[in-house]
Design a protein around this ligand. Structure first.
Ligand SMILES: [Zn+2]
Length: 212
């Protein structure tokens, strides 16, 4: 099991000092997550360049919350602040640091997949996209998500090496210990068995530079 640390963008300098200490204590921290949209900053804000600079020096991956955000009533809406397209400036400036735009930038797919196709250091995941409350709704959402992925796998074949499976919760959490209805999406994707392993595992190791 590996972890991401996080940065409160309102206090970047202090937060980076905190992470520096955390890294000494917890060698399994492999990246930093930034909550775009929940914090009103675009990814190309100078504060985030400081985080990327720190990540580059410490060989960490920078992961962003992208696409829709949930408000306090549980309603979701797209926030321009969390649009993955603004990560491009970082990916260009730090070619040796990996960037992950989470949740396939729902529902602005073209920008995230075109960046995955264009930059070697740009990745995405479909965690959190399936929020079905029961098995039937989850299988309906799997169809919807797989249609989107299949369309872009056809358009940009290279991105099969850039997309990661995800659920957005701990597999060991009480309420969600059964991932069987989520993982069925793998059977709806137009990919071979090797590519399935990439999406479940190898792409994750590459995105987070995990070596065994
Ligand atoms: Zn997120």
């Amino acid at each position: 099991m590996y972890f991401l640390d996080s940065v409160d963008l309102d206090h970047v300098e202090d937060e980076l000092k905190k992470i520096e200490k955390d890294l000494k204590k917890y060698p399994r921290i492999i990246g930093i997550k930034i909550y775009l949209g929940y914090q009103k900053y675009f990814a190309n804000n100078e504060k985030i360049f400081k985080v990327a600079d720190f990540a580059c020096k410490n060989k960490l991956t920078v992961t962003f919350h992208c696409g829709e955000i949930y408000d306090e009533d549980g309603k979701s809406s797209f926030s321009e602040y969390s649009n993955a397209k603004y990560i491009e400036d970082l990916a260009k400036k730090y070619p040796n640091t990996n960037f992950v735009a989470s949740h396939i930038n729902w529902p602005e797919f073209e920008s995230v997949f075109s960046l995955c196709n264009k930059y070697d250091n740009f990745y995405t995941c479909f965690s959190g996209c399936n929020d079905g409350w029961d098995e039937k709704e989850r299988s309906r959402q799997n169809m919807l998500i797989s249609d989107i992925l299949n369309k872009y796998f056809k358009k940009y074949p290279k991105i099969k090496k850039k997309v990661m499976y995800g659920t957005d919760f701990f597999a060991c959490s009480e309420d969600y210990s059964d991932v069987s209805s989520y993982i069925k999406i793998l059977d709806l994707l137009n990919i071979n068995s090797k590519e399935k392993k990439d999406i479940l595992y190898n792409n994750v190791c590459n995105a987070y530079k995990i070596k065994f």
